[in-house]
Design a protein around this ligand. Sequence first.
Ligand SMILES: *Cc1c(COP(=O)(O)O)cnc(C)c1O
Length: 393
Amino acid sequence: MPAPLMDTYAPPDLVFERGEGVRLYTGEGKAYLDFISGIAVNALGHCHPKAVAALKSQADKLWHLSNMFKVPGQIELAKKYTDATFADRVFFTNSGTEAVEAALKTARRYFFDKGEPHRYRIITFSGAFHGRSYGAINAGGNPKYLEGFGPRMEGFDQVEFGDHEALKAAVTEETAAILVEPVQGEGGVRALPEQCLRGLRELCNEHGLLLIYDEVQCGAGRTGKLFAHEWAETAQPDIMAVAKGIGGGFPMGACLTTEAAGAPMVVGTHGSTFGGNPLAMAVGNVVFDELTAPGFMNHVNDVSNFLKQQLGGLADRHASVVQEVRGKGLLVGLRLVDDVVNREFVGKVRERGLLIGAAGDNVARLAPPLVITEHDASEAVSILDDTLADVAK
Ligand SMILES: *Cc1c(COP(=O)(O)O)cnc(C)c1O
């Protein structure tokens, strides 16, 4: 009998029943230390008491309205994000892909509105990942994700990550925007140096382009700032797609824009039935309040510095397996040597009770809940240490 699910994923033979903080438990009660958190999603860990309380309380009141009616939680959360960031306007979505779609449409609409509809092309980078919709796979440009899905969509120009000359040459009269992840996640956990973000901002200013950040994975406090680009201070975007961590595990995303970039998105230009749903907003408000609570980002910075130091030691001890430690904050990659396959390594680590993920470029990816302690980090490093010793044999 064929399986009822499409074969789009290949999960291991392991079922979790419950989660608490940084740990997941199977039905038999076996505990796993979660250092991937649903791919950078469960920022506050599993079943954070305040998030659970907010969700339960909202569930008793009202689940869904659509955007035919005002959702006060949206206005409240949009105000928090606009007060805390470069942004003046927010559109809520259910996922990262939808946030990216909203960002792409907003960029094109901006030039249409200015009477320059010929400016619609968007520059992206090799190794990018922007989601799995038709627009997003074309923006991402990964041949593996495009194969078999018909003609390439017009309007995306991809340049090599880090190739400044190629980037400058790619800007034409038809270019509308540059779309970039300040830290590439799926592509192999590669952080764009801060001076490169500033360089992108300057290039955009010079040519009147919009700068779009995809902070779906690296945002929401993951790098030790509310959003990763804040490390580069002056390199603010015009548009930003966020999701994953901002919902702490409840599906939600958002497209944030400046007033100028967002104003052309008037009634009828975009929409979503579920985006900004009351349940999502109840949780989203709690997540924002926790991320911005006094001391929270200090904790993320302290614990990520500790983890980075420990992983550096690990890489030194196992130089025959670990080529490099990469990333920023609590989005970390171990680039393994070519003859150790990252997916197999992830499986071996899991057998020892630690959950991590794989990313492109043969990277093992760590994206733990932001609430991990140094003790949790030490435990994870110790499991990695044992597994690496095993693999090195
Ligand atoms: C995960 C991810 C997306 C897609 O988000 P979904 O919620 O899976 O649709 C887009 N961009 C980046 C950088 C991501 O990491």
